[in-house]
Design a protein around this ligand. Structure first.
Ligand code: FAD
Length: 469
């Protein structure tokens, strides 16, 4: 019987059958129920697309978006992690063709021994290639290398009309750029070809500066970031007065062979899988409240050296410090949390200060805040614009939090900035066209690609991404 059902649904996933599951994003807010399937072949996906229910369908990667773009209440969700093969790897030119469900962690462990790395690394390696394209993600090198899709030379996508199409910046460019940052609304990305940068080692040479305040860190970033491929500042958003915005600025470049001690050169491209721990399944609410977050931020700040030059960090230490703790999102308790991430143009750096000041003065328990510089991006819904981006975690369910963030949204929108859709879980839909001025042209493109409105998600419904119709 099971075998027969499997052949009917085309599923060969974990238990082989679509299942009703409550899904959330990484923030663990707003769970919704969907029929989740885990296809393992492209033929499975075609069948699921053809049989999509009235409430439509959406792809899901590793669910690392904070809000609801990979959820679809009452509809279908395709867990893409079963499609994780490498199709070709041109080691001469660093071109690799992979299935969209491959994670960046799997990809790195395959290509690093050949002397290649990811062109763009987010703050966790547990995201899929499909998710990275659909959010056109950015890393600590955006000021130099731009967003993820700048390094994608082609995608194969199953569009909602059931056609398999190849798109690249040169061929079928409308579909390509509508997909880059398009939050899954143009179809199911099946495969992608990526151009990988060469590296000599798996280490980063890091300079660290602990700054007294926000002015100092912004000055250092503005005046010196171009000397580094990677730059990120961890900001204590709870420090007030003369310490407002005090930060730990970490900037680095890939280490060359000569930067390693002679004894380490033979294993220059190895990665040591460090120890890891997992957060307990239940953490009581209120663990991360104002007083505890203040202490955590303080400890993080004080533990950093005042100034350090040329320290060698592993890839994991530098790029993915949070990945040491599995399921760390549980620490925010059953109500979950949100990440508020915005970008404002260079000329409006005052907004960064205003927002940090409001968070600090109001005693909001804001942790893990990150400040980075950005360059331009090409997709109509890609997040990046040249300027400053700040991302900050705040527990959900605090009274008046929504009003505060609505106020921040208005400041950001008035300044010509925007909120990152991959992190959003609460924005007002009327701000979307203000923040994303190319929204209308993106909608026109998507209307042609998906006339029947097959692709649907909770984010789409909440923000009216595709508008009414
Ligand atoms: C700790 C942490 C740190 C992070 N740091 C960064 C950062 O530095 N920079 C940054 O830009 N982002 C960052 N993110 C966000 C993350 O990179 C994005 O949300 C990314 O899209 C998640 O990928 P995923 O595979 O988990 O996709 P999901 O979250 O499962 O889905 C995200 C979107 O991708 C779509 N999608 C997924 N697969 C496909 C497919 N095959 N075809 C079509 N659409 C698809 C989904 O429909 C959805 O719209 C971070 C997240 C976490 C949890």
């Amino acid at each position: 019987m099971l075998k027969r059902l499997k052949s009917m649904t085309g599923m060969t996933g974990e238990d082989g059958l679509p299942a009703q599951r409550l899904l959330t994003g990484w923030g663990r807010t707003a769970p919704t129920l969907a029929t989740v399937s885990r296809p393992t072949t492209e033929a499975d996906i075609s069948r699921l697309m053809t049989a999509s229910p009235e409430r439509g369908l959406i792809a899901r990667g590793l669910g690392r978006s904070y809000g609801d773009p990979a959820q679809n209440a009452g509809g279908s969700v395709l867990d893409m992690t079963g499609l994780n093969h490498v199709h070709h790897f041109d080691v001469e030119n660093g071109l690799i063709g992979v299935e969209a469900g491959l994670s960046l962690q799997q990809l790195t462990s395959m290509v690093l021994p050949f002397g290649f790395f990811l062109p763009v690394s987010p703050g966790t390696q547990f995201v899929t290639v499909g998710g990275a394209i659909a959010s056109d993600i950015h890393g600590k090198n955006h000021h130099v290398d731009g967003s993820f899709c700048n390094h994608v030379t082609a995608i194969d996508i199953l569009t909602p009309t059931g056609e398999r199409q190849t798109a690249s910046p040169e061929q079928n460019a409308g579909l390509f750029w509508a997909t880059a940052g398009g939050m899954g609304m143009t179809g199911i990305i099946l495969r992608a070809t990526l151009k990988l940068p060469r590296v000599e080692t798996s280490r980063i040479v890091v300079d660290t500066d602990r700054t007294r305040d926000l002015d100092e860190v912004m000055h250092l970033q503005q005046s010196g970031d171009e000397r580094y491929q990677y730059s990120v500042a961890w900001v204590d958003c709870m420090a007030r007065g003369s310490s407002l915005g005090r930060s730990i600025l970490m900037r680095g470049n890939h280490a060359m062979l000569q930067d390693l001690k002679s004894g380490e050169r033979a294993t220059a491209l190895s990665t040591r899988p460090g120890p890891g721990v997992t957060a307990p399944p239940f953490v009581p609410p209120g663990l991360l409240r104002t007083s505890s977050v203040k202490l955590l931020n303080q400890a993080w700040y004080r533990k950093a050296p005042c100034q350090e030059r040329d320290a060698l960090h592993t890839i994991k230490q530098f790029f993915y410090p949070l990945d040491w703790i599995g399921e760390w999102n549980r620490f925010h308790g059953p109500l979950g949390f949100l990440q508020y991430q915005f970008v404002v143009p260079d000329t409006r750096h005052d907004i960064v200060r205003t927002i940090i000041e409001a968070l600090a003065d109001g005693g909001w328990p804001s942790s893990l805040a990150v400040l980075k510089r950005m360059g331009p991006a090409r997709g109509p819904l890609s997040f990046a614009i040249p300027g400053w981006t700040l991302a900050v975690d705040i527990p959900a369910g605090i009274p008046d939090l929504n009003e505060l963030l609505d106020h921040f949204d208005d400041l950001v929108a008035d300044a010509g900035g925007r909120i990152y859709l991959a992190k959003d879980s609460r924005m007002r839909p009327e701000l979307l066209p203000v923040m994303y001025p190319q929204l209308m042209s993106w909608r026109d493109t998507v209307a042609q690609i998906d006339p029947q409105r097959i692709m649907r998600s909770d984010l789409d419904r909440r923000l009216r991404l595709r508008a009414e119709g």
